[in-house]
Design a protein around this ligand. Structure first.
Ligand SMILES: NC(=O)C1=CN([C@@H]2O[C@H](COP(=O)(O)OP(=O)(O)OC[C@H]3O[C@@H](n4cnc5c(N)ncnc54)[C@H](O)[C@@H]3O)[C@@H](O)[C@H]2O)C=CC1
Ligand SMILES: O=C([O-])CC(=O)C(=O)O
Length: 264
């Protein structure tokens, strides 16, 4: 059985993610899991509701569900820690504006992971600003190998693949070798120079240099912000999908010649 801790488990992203984890699409159709869900004091009743829904879904692979608000209890023996619990930004904010509030959460949770999680726990930091939070978490967990800490930049990779596919008029599975350099922020660089479309360098397929050099980068950098403006809240379903993709990439062989993006 794999023990997976998820923080912010009563939140919007988790509401999409937990049911995917329980269904077996992430760790495989024969792999039983235990879910340990961390919430905040304010979200505890909602967390009880989430646990009820998971139980009522009768997932055959979901062998245990436990909930709590103390990371020193919830992270006990965790082999994966998916750290989502944090405040999201609203319209007009940058992700970095969240650091004051969210940074503290990741310092505390890093200490807790260090103390009670499996020594080889794999940590995926989702709460923004995720790269800085991942660094804070890692610095507070010196017993856990640094290579085990990942900041979620997979959503940017997926967004970049989608835009390239739309522009080239191909299905998105034809896009490979997509790198996101830098932070999950408006300064990131989605690397179209090394990306490929059906095995061919992007620039040989998409001849519109202005679009590639100006528009493409801008679209990816601002995608999260545009979504918030339109919907009034930040992306959640696509984020959960990208967490699934990130975990699968970390746990299964990468296709020969390809790679994936993960921040740390
Ligand atoms: N890296 C990425 O690609 C993305 C990151 N995000 C970030 O993910 C975070 C969560 O987003 P949502 O789920 O939409 O927010 P949400 O507000 O719906 O859920 C967050 C949950 O975390 C809980 N929480 C707060 N402090 C906590 C703590 N110390 N321990 C445990 N739980 C705690 C809250 O009570 C709430 O239930 C935000 O910081 C958001 O900006 C969102 C989308 C993409
Ligand atoms: O934009 C936000 O604040 C949420 C997020 O990280 C994204 O959708 O990329």
């Amino acid at each position: 059985m794999i023990t997976i801790a998820v923080s912010g488990a009563a939140g919007t992203i988790s509401n999409h993610l937990l049911f995917k984890l329980a269904s077996g699409v992430v760790f495989g159709p024969d792999q039983p899991i235990a879910l340990k869900l961390l919430g905040s004091e304010r979200s505890f009743e909602a967390l009880e509701g989430v646990a009820m829904e998971l139980e009522d879904s009768l997932y055959p692979l979901l062998r245990e569900v436990s909930i709590g608000i103390d990371p020193y209890e919830v992270f006990q023996d965790a082999e994966w820690a998916i750290l989502i619990g944090a405040k999201p930004r609203g319209p007009g904010m940058e992700r970095a504006d969240l650091l004051d509030i969210n940074g503290k959460i990741y310092a505390e949770q890093g200490k807790a992971l260090n103390a009670v999680a499996s020594p080889n726990v794999k940590v995926i930091v989702v709460g923004n600003p995720c790269n800085t939070n991942a660094l804070i978490c890692m610095k507070n967990a010196p017993k856990i190998p640094a290579k085990n800490f990942h900041a979620l930049t997979r959503l940017d990779e997926n967004r970049a693949k989608c835009q390239l596919a739309l522009k080239a008029g191909v299905f998105y599975d034809k896009i490979s070798n997509m790198t996101i350099w830098g932070n999950h922020s408006t300064t990131q660089v989605p690397d179209f120079l090394n990306a490929k479309i059906d095995g061919v360098p992007v620039k040989e397929v998409i001849k519109d240099n202005k679009w590639l050099e100006e528009d493409f980068t801008d679209i990816i950098r601002k995608r999260g912000g545009v979504l918030i403006k339109k919907w009034g809240r930040s992306s959640a379903a696509s984020t959960a999908v990208s967490i699934v993709d990130a975990i699968k990439s970390l746990t299964t062989p990468t296709p020969p010649g390809d790679w994936f993006s993960s921040g740390n």
